[in-house]
Design a binder for this molecule. Structure first.
Ligand SMILES: O=C(O)CCC(=O)C(=O)O
Ligand SMILES: [Fe+2]
Length: 222
């Protein structure tokens, strides 16, 4: 019953938080969420296992596995030089198509979608305690939009301004199946994950505990 009439089937309108920053609640169906959660478990196993990246010597509370390019602060490489030296998995063709669909949906512009070719994804896993401090996504050379998908527990996501980590910012609750896109004038806005809301994952989303977040990006690297 909760799966049949789950939140993802209720119409929740898209919301533009700032020019270029669009939230589309309930964009992925439960079936799509489950399928992505299964892919996540495969990616997490390697060839480069999921790990907490180190920022200035400190492990992040979030665990990350990458596709296409391996990210570590503050650089992309093909090989995971800070993990086991293995080459990361290729960026899947289906994910390029998913990214295009997502951008078309968020912008309402099919042509913007078609022009988008993400070549890396950072796939994050948050446990109950994990969070992510306010930061800009600025290790990419391209200013193409970032496309973010959430699965599992809801999180409190903070979307700020392009100047600094402080106010003004807006807090929204990103739930399982939600799409969030930031591009254009919002591409370099500070953002972060303040906390998880444990126990909020909908039945049938493919994840009992914690939260998966996939962010697709264009590195602009050759
Ligand atoms: O988990 C999220 O929603 C955001 C993740 C993020 O900002 C990042 O990976 O750079
Ligand atoms: Fe980010």
């Amino acid at each position: 019953m909760s799966a049949l009439f789950g939140d993802n089937l209720l119409h929740r309108p898209r919301r533009e938080l700032a020019p270029g920053a669009v939230w589309v609640p309930g964009w992925l169906t439960l079936e799509q969420q489950r399928w992505l959660a299964d892919r996540f478990r495969e990616w997490a196993a390697g060839p480069v296992p999921i790990r907490s990246a180190k920022v200035r010597g400190h492990e992040m509370s979030v665990k990350t596995v990458c596709l296409g390019w391996h990210w570590r602060p503050y650089e992309y490489t093909r090989e995971a030089v800070d993990v086991n030296g293995n080459r990361v998995l290729d960026f899947p063709d289906w994910m390029v198509r998913l990214g295009r669909k997502a951008l078309a949906e968020a912008t309402g512009d099919p042509q913007a979608g078609e022009a988008y070719t993400p070549d890396t994804a950072l796939v994050n896993y948050y446990d109950d305690q994990a969070r992510m401090g306010m930061h800009q996504d600025k290790d990419e050379r391209s200013l193409a939009p970032v496309v973010s998908l959430s699965i599992g527990d809801t999180c409190r996501f903070r979307f700020g301004n392009t100047e600094n980590r402080n106010k003004p910012y807006q807090d929204i609750d990103l739930a399982s199946g939600d799409l969030f896109v930031f591009g254009g004038p919002s591409r370099l806005a500070y953002h972060g994950v303040m906390k998880l809301l444990p126990g909020t994952a909908p039945e049938g989303c493919g994840l009992d505990r914690g939260r998966i977040n996939i962010t697709m990006r264009v590195t602009g690297l050759p």
